[in-house]
Design a protein around this ligand. Structure first.
Ligand SMILES: *Cc1c(COP(=O)(O)O)cnc(C)c1O
Length: 231
């Protein structure tokens, strides 16, 4: 079932790519299989079906699975991160999607420095300004990018991330994804010291097709692959 679902999502991504506007083009999309609240057995099934990347939102859970999972895969942290977990985040994750403040960035930079690692990160943007969600506001984005790029040599910014509000009609996400792509395109043109903006992470199970149509090149999909999470 997981393998079938995974292939189905891959096919939907390809179909959505074909519907993109010409300016967005048909560039590759990375499918992050969101494995939070799913066990190692489910992770194995997804990886054996072709998943190259898993997404987790809690450090503790990720670490416990990391030690058991007998497969090689790239680990992405997609959830909100507290500064006291920065060290573990840097140890275990190849890409952290959820950096949204100078304070958190500093903690990650220090942790990465101690480990002699350059940590790839995305900046999470709270475009709809939802109080319940993390993310930097759009008007503060450029300043945060600049500060990290100039001062934090153990962080490497590779793109932007956003989570759309939970609209009743999923089509309502489209203008927001469109705007996010516009911001992404502008930021991509800025020349930074080390930042290399090339990823736009947006879209989850209910809205990833729209996100891909609007220009996402990373999608984070859990439920559509693994079924509903049991809490
Ligand atoms: C849980 C989660 C997802 C995946 O959600 P689904 O609806 O199960 O696809 C994607 N992104 C983030 C940030 C998440 O926390």
């Amino acid at each position: 079932m997981i393998a079938e679902n995974f292939h189905q999502v891959e096919a939907e991504i390809d179909a959505a790519k074909a519907r993109r506007r010409p300016v967005v083009g048909d560039k590759d999309v990375l499918l992050v299989a969101v494995t939070k609240n799913h066990d190692v057995e489910a992770m194995r099934e997804a990886i054996d079906a072709g998943a190259t990347t898993v997404g987790e939102n809690r450090i503790q859970e990720a670490v416990s699975k990391y030690d058991v999972l007998d497969r090689s895969v790239s680990w992405h942290l997609i959830g909100h991160l507290q500064t006291n977990k920065a060290k573990q985040a840097v140890r275990y994750f190849d890409l952290i999607h959820s950096v949204d403040s100078e304070h958190l960035a500093k903690a990650l930079d220090q942790a990465a420095g101690k480990m002699n690692k350059v940590q790839d990160i995305l900046i999470q943007v709270n475009l709809a300004k939802e109080a319940s969600k993390s993310g930097v506001y759009r008007e503060d984005l450029l300043a945060l990018l600049d500060t990290i790029d100039k001062n934090m040599e153990h962080l490497h910014i590779v793109g932007l991330m956003c989570i759309a509000p939970n609209y009743e009609d999923v089509e309502e996400c489209r203008p927001l994804f469109h705007e996010m792509y516009e911001i992404f395109s502008k930021v991509k043109e800025i020349s930074y010291k080390t930042a290399n903006i090339r990823y736009l992470s947006m879209g989850m199970s209910h809205d990833y097709k729209i996100a891909v149509e609007e220009g996402a090149n990373i999608v984070r999909v859990g439920t559509a692959i693994f079924g509903a999470r049991q809490y």
